[in-house]
Design a protein around this ligand. Structure first.
Ligand SMILES: [Mg+2]
Length: 169
């Protein structure tokens, strides 16, 4: 029922993904959401995030942060992570994803997307035709409009998990 909102895969955290495995499968670029995916909403960059991006670079990945947030929020993070970035990406429109792939020189077949929100991150990645990975949000305390969205996400996730269980049965 909600197929275009389902992620291709889901993980507990962006820090628990087997990126080398994806490299071996031919993936070369990763588009990341930032707030609640890599760091807490509106919080500064963390050591684990810096280490993750260093490792990804060593593996041979290109990275690009795509955020709906403003330049003054996204640029310092992207600079600290030595990553390309797209601000005011307009997710769930696919334009920001396409811009990110253009910057990385990758395409929909060899690009991954990783984010924490179904109605912006995952929906947009699916529209762009990219392998979409949903992770659990980092922050425990969220703004009210996000709390409301989470309730709607729960409904979609319930259906997604049913489909997943059926596929695994
Ligand atoms: Mg987010």
């Amino acid at each position: 029922m909600f197929q275009n909102l389902y992620p291709s895969e889901d993980y507990d955290s962006a820090y628990q993904i087997d990126y080398e495995g994806f490299y071996d499968k031919g993936y070369r670029g990763i588009l990341f959401d930032v707030d609640n995916t890599l760091v807490e909403h509106d919080q500064p960059v963390t050591l684990p995030a810096i280490e993750l991006f260093e490792n990804l670079k060593e593996m041979g990945f290109k990275t690009c942060i795509i955020s709906n947030n403003k330049d003054y929020r996204v640029k310092p993070l992207a600079d600290a992570l030595e990553s390309e970035y797209v601000y005011k990406a307009g997710k769930p429109s696919k334009a920001g994803y396409e811009k990110g792939m253009e910057i990385m020189g990758t395409n929909r077949e060899n690009t991954l997307f990783i984010g924490d929100q179904i109605f912006t991150d995952i929906w947009g990645a699916n529209k762009a035709g990219i392998h979409s990975i949903l992770v659990k949000p980092i922050a425990k305390h969220e703004e009210i409009q996000i709390v409301l969205k989470r309730k709607l996400e729960k409904i979609v996730l319930g259906e997604y998990n049913k489909t997943k269980r059926k596929a695994q049965a």
